[in-house]
Design a protein around this ligand. Structure first.
Ligand code: ADP
Ligand code: MG
Length: 240
């Protein structure tokens, strides 16, 4: 049994994300880190809008929270677990079970079917086939996706459809934390509003903590909690 299986239920955990003196640099020979966050906490079930200029470290932060990058120093605690101290295998297991990610480019496997894309995520997250069917039956109509699209190759779908499939895939394991990176850039304003409403409703339904990254100021109206990465990332030196 892995160490992530005894994590408290969503109702019991109060802090979803906690960063302490967390530092990351791409080029280890440089002195100054690309990202340094002294102290930041996100309460469980909160929806947070994270904004910032291009190149300010938003994607880097999401990749650290997803365990794709590992901090050089400091701590990342997720759902009360010392995430940044886990072994690479345990980080993979934790991510699959507790974290959903919607990447800017969606990162679907283009040549396999939509269903297979979702099933693969479910498999890694330990969700059984029956549950996948049930969750998909619930999610597809909410995401305005037909069951016919399940058999299509993901790469054949429109950008808007791929985006909604990426959400279905990210939510299939009912994640505790959902990380979303600038997903609306390719959408017109009507599609963008529909997308935001669906996304927030699903996060409420699954008690999911949402960290939504965007540089689009119009989207922040959907969030009570908003933060500029310049306030967090003191490595940039020009915090507002
Ligand atoms: P944002 O998502 O806010 O646009 P990023 O997190 O992508 O910003 O980038 C933050 C900084 O880290 C930038 O200076 C960028 O050039 C640098 N950076 C991002 N990815 C890499 C990488 N793979 N290798 C080296 N530097 C990178
Ligand atoms: Mg980015």
């Amino acid at each position: 049994m892995d160490s992530t299986s005894d994590i408290k239920s969503k109702q019991q955990v109060e802090l979803a994300i906690k960063l302490e003196n967390m530092s990351y640099k791409y080029d280890k020979t440089r002195i100054k880190p690309d990202l340094f966050v002294a102290d930041w906490q996100v309460q469980a079930r909160q929806h947070v809008f994270l904004k910032g200029e291009s190149g300010s470290g938003k994607t880097t932060l999401l990749n650290l929270l997803a365990g794709v990058l590992v901090p050089n120093s400091g701590e990342i605690t997720l759902l009360g677990e010392p995430f940044s101290q886990l072994s690479p295998q345990k980080i993979d297991a934790f991510r699959a079970k507790h974290i959903g990610v919607v990447y800017q480019q969606f990162n679907l496997i283009p040549f396999v079917s939509v269903l297979k894309n979702v099933q693969l995520a479910a498999h890694f997250g330990g969700t059984c086939a029956d549950q996948v069917e049930q969750t998909l039956a619930d999610l597809l109509p909410k995401l305005a996706l037909s069951t016919d699209c399940l058999r299509q190759a993901a790469g054949e779908l429109s950008v808007g459809q791929q985006q909604r499939v990426a959400i279905a895939r990210a939510l299939i394991n009912h994640p505790d934390i959902l990380l979303v990176d600038e997903p609306t850039s390719a959408l017109d304003s009507a599609a963008r509003d529909a997308f935001m409403e669906v996304l927030l409703a699903l996060c409420n339904k699954f008690n999911t903590t949402l960290l939504f990254v965007s540089h689009d100021p119009q989207l922040q109206e959907y969030f009570k909690s908003r933060i500029n990465i310049a306030e967090l990332n003191t490595a940039q030196g020009d915090a507002i």
